[in-house]
Design a protein around this ligand. Structure first.
Ligand SMILES: N[C@@H](CCC(=O)N[C@@H](CS)C(=O)NCC(=O)O)C(=O)O
Length: 251
């Protein structure tokens, strides 16, 4: 009997891309929590499969040739799962190029820019005393988020999905773009993007994927609390040397 895929996961937008894909593709999986606020991403076992100290990652016990394979980086995982199942990743080269364009647009653009906008909105105010020190970075990343929503709004003129049909590009983009309103974006100015969000949110597999790991979700730690200090230490101010030290501590 085929063993379930191990999903190294925390319920953030990058993690949810993969739980949604696994649900959409009908693949059995088991969640292996990576508590990034506690430093699980620095543990040697995890770093072996994800050397960038970031989740998500997967281990597929039934990889190529029937042997296990690990994959890190959400885009690489989605392409792997798409090739494995033949679902949401067309084999026709022209259609595949189109999906790749929008998938890479998400992982190289939407993810990093939305991630930085989230940092300046949700975390920087607890880390930096002077609001003026935050203002420039916050404005820069909010503008980028706004620009990217504009790119999507134009792309969705006359089409329902980013490529020709619903694909891993939409799956990758959805968990970030659905929270654009939380970043302060006025979604009434992006009606096609909002309709795309609603279209994808209505899919039962997406609802299951978004609910994955619900037991891991907690409200953000209170400012000044020990939990918040631990999370800030794990997640922020990372350098090559600090990661080396964190890996040694965690192992
Ligand atoms: N490019 C990566 C980004 C993944 C990423 O940023 N993951 C974050 C959580 S959303 C993480 O694991 N952070 C741990 C850390 O900052 O040490 C991907 O697309 O998989």
């Amino acid at each position: 009997m085929t063993q379930p895929i191990e999903l190294y996961f925390w319920p953030t937008p990058n993690g949810l891309k993969i739980s949604i894909a696994l649900e959409e593709m009908g693949l059995a999986y088991v969640i292996k929590p990576v508590a990034i606020g506690k430093g699980d991403q620095f543990k040697q076992d995890f770093m072996t499969i994800s050397p960038n100290n970031r989740m998500p990652a997967i281990i597929d016990p039934d990889g190529p040739g029937g042997a296990p394979i690990s994959v890190f980086e959400s885009g690489a995982i989605l392409q792997y799962l798409g090739r494995k199942t033949g679902k949401f990743y067309p084999s026709d080269e022209r259609q595949r190029v189109e999906v790749d364009e929008w998938l890479i647009w998400q992982v190289a653009g939407v993810g990093p820019m939305f991630g930085q906008a989230s940092h300046f909105k949700n975390y920087a105010p607890n880390l930096v005393d002077d609001p003026e020190k935050i203002a420039y970075g916050a404005a820069r990343y909010n503008n980028e988020v706004n620009r990217l929503l504009g790119v999507m709004e134009r792309r969705l003129d006359g089409r329902d999905y980013l490529a020709s049909a619903y694909s891993i590009a939409d799956i990758s983009t959805y968990p970030w773009v659905k929270i654009a309103g939380v970043f302060g974006q006025d979604m009434t100015t992006f009606p096609r993007v909002q309709a795309w969000i609603d279209r994808i949110a209505a899919r039962p597999a997406v609802q299951k994927g978004v609910a994955a790991g619900a037991e891991l979700r907690r409200p953000p730690p209170a400012p000044g609390s020990e939990e918040q200090k631990q999370a800030a230490k794990a997640l922020f101010g990372q350098t090559a040397a600090s990661i080396d030290a964190a890996v040694k501590r965690a192992t």
